[in-house]
Design a protein around this ligand. Structure first.
Ligand SMILES: Cc1cc2nc3c(=O)[nH]c(=O)nc-3n(C[C@H](O)[C@H](O)[C@H](O)COP(=O)(O)O)c2cc1C
Length: 219
């Protein structure tokens, strides 16, 4: 499965089966976490067979069931880090999808487990990504129309269209899709975010999807 196929196949999944993630897949994901930590300056952690974070009433209220594996995204408080969390976190989400796993970004409905998370004094948990074998594959989200999120100063090239289409398939908090993508006359692409909950993290995710969809166009 290519990353573009993973974008099309991915939907949030909140209920998981008991099937553990195979050690070779855990090792692959862990290796990717280490690469991302070195590149981003963030502090991602992969937790497996850890049921505490999603054992609260809040998690059940949020429709989560049987979440025992997750990525915790930890870093210093800044808008830049919130966006990076989205950009690099989505790399893990799409890799997981190619491995046959399912995911869901989680900003609110979890409990921090201090016994397993390594959080430095000046850091906090930006969000989690639930991970595992889903009971289902999720469903396609409702989406804003293309014209509501994309504008262009000249005729839209194919790569730009493909990038925006991939961005519209991205997960965003509350499915808010509060972003805009603009193609300038010089073929540079500008991304902007609206106001709201987790819009910086959403924007990082959008940039990752656009990059994969546009397949190098516009660079
Ligand atoms: C930054 C972020 C935070 C999210 N937080 C939650 C959450 O706390 N609880 C939840 O059930 N879903 C959460 N989601 C998942 C969104 O609701 C979901 O991505 C959106 O409805 C689009 O659906 P899809 O992911 O199936 O395409 C979050 C998504 C993002 C990107």
């Amino acid at each position: 499965m290519t990353l573009l196929e993973a974008i099309k196949a991915r939907h949030s999944v909140r209920q998981f089966t008991e099937r553990p993630i195979e050690p070779e897949k855990v090792a692959l994901l862990q290796k990717e976490v280490e690469r991302i930590n070195a590149e981003s300056g963030l502090h991602f952690q992969l937790l497996t067979e850890e049921p505490v974070a999603f054992s609260s009433k809040l998690a059940h209220y949020g429709k989560f069931r049987n979440v025992r594996n997750y990525f915790a995204i930890i870093g210093r408080k800044s808008e830049e880090n919130n966006e990076k969390a989205g950009y690099f976190g989505e790399e893990l989400v799409l890799l997981a999808q190619t491995l046959g796993l399912n995911t869901c970004w989680v900003g609110l409905t979890y409990k921090k487990n201090p016994d397993v998370l390594h959080i430095e004094k000046d850091e906090h948990v930006i969000c989690l990504i639930a991970l595992g074998y889903g009971e289902n594959q999720g469903v396609l989200h409702r989406s804003k129309p293309f014209e509501k999120v994309a504008t262009s100063e000249h005729e839209m090239p194919e790569w730009f269209r493909n990038g925006v289409e991939a961005a519209l398939l991205a997960p965003t908090a509350l499915n808010q899709q509060k972003f805009r993508i603009t193609l300038r006359a010089d073929n540079s692409v500008e991304f902007s975010k609206g106001w709201g909950f987790y819009t910086a993290t959403d924007l990082g995710i959008i940039k990752k999807h656009f990059e994969i969809g546009a397949q190098g166009g516009g660079k």
